[in-house]
Design a protein around this ligand. Sequence first.
Ligand code: PRP
Ligand code: URA
Length: 206
Amino acid sequence: MLEVLNHPLITHKLTLMRNKNTGTKDFRENLDEIAELMAYEICRDLPIQPIDIETPMGPCVGYELSKEVVIVPILRAGIGLLDGIRRLVPTAKVGFVGLYRDEETLQPQEYFSKFPKNLKDAIVMIVDPMLATGGSAVAAINLVKERGAKSIKLICLVGVPEGAKAVQEAHPDVDIYLAAMDDHLNEIGYIVPGLGDAGDRIFGTK
Ligand code: PRP
Ligand code: URA
């Protein structure tokens, strides 16, 4: 399943992020707000179960989330999506995958991973602003599957058809959510029109 979340607020904020004149502070704040908006849409299908509670007026059957949510940002840039999702799902646990793209080969290089226990029964949300060749997303999904994850959502801001196809071919069981599907990758593997290097723009490293 691939869903592009068409929402006027997301599109407006993403346009601010795309603008090369937008500085680090505004870039980060808009990413954080988009993460929250995307989480609201994506969490529509989270399973719930009945729970007996007492309101001040008496007994009531309420509902609570029935599965643990684990958010896995791909370092570095995925960190920019973490807080916005956690505001909506504060009980979520967090794992990390550290990957960078080799600038020559564009292949993902793993340098860190740390996961909470029991990914098997959780809904695992892998988050990264950019889905370019798809190599990083495929590698991150491989890592969580090796630890037993079965229900996986990939949440990215901007993707291209090449990247979405790579993930769909390697992991047809993973649901992919994007805020925008862009046109193409350029000769050095950057998304066009995209928003540039997400990690550098979030952390001010260029
Ligand atoms: C960026 C981005 C993704 C990856 C996407 O990270 O945040 O992780 O590239 O490219 P792909 O789909 O071709 O794999 P980068 O490697 O620049 O690392 P960073 O987050 O540390 O800047
Ligand atoms: N990574 C980025 O940060 N931006 C792109 O356009 C592609 C990969």
